[in-house]
Ligand binder design. Sequence first.
Ligand SMILES: C[S@@+](CC[C@H](N)C(=O)[O-])C[C@H]1O[C@@H](n2cnc3c(N)ncnc32)[C@H](O)[C@@H]1O
Length: 151
Amino acid sequence: MWAMQAIGYVRSPYRETRQVPKGLGAKHEAEGILEIRAEFEDGLQDIEGFSHLFVIWAFDRAEGYSLVGTPPSDDRPHGVFATRSPRRPNPIGLTVVELVSREGRMLRVRGIDMLDETPILDIKPYLSSVAPERLRRGWLEEAEGRAAGKR
Ligand SMILES: C[S@@+](CC[C@H](N)C(=O)[O-])C[C@H]1O[C@@H](n2cnc3c(N)ncnc32)[C@H](O)[C@@H]1O
């Protein structure tokens, strides 16, 4: 086991899960603040140079887990590790956000899908080295195709 602590908390406009956009085509454009605890502020040095960040956080309001479930973006079940379900054995969330600005230990970011007061476990610069043509999007691509066919 590993002991972890929150390096900070998300200040989000979302207070309940039903407020967060879900399903195929959902856009995450909400702005919020990543408020880093004072003792970790020095760790933000030079973060301003990055346009996007990985935020690693805890689904602190998820209860238990399901190894197979049907996500909002499909009507078919999938394994938890092939989805972004909050109900996972280790309740860890990962969100890519755009860094809008920094004021001291407050990072204003765009693209959050976390609830207010979500604990932040870590932040890393977003660097993608995967060429778009090499990406496969699995069942999500199939679900998008079926949804397009129904329109
Ligand atoms: C589908 S998950 C994806 C989260 C992240 N982008 C990921 O891939 O790990 C997003 C959902 O998690 C839920 N959620 C957000 N913050 C949470 C929290 N602190 N505890 C439990 N559930 C949360 C919301 O219902 C939101 O719609």
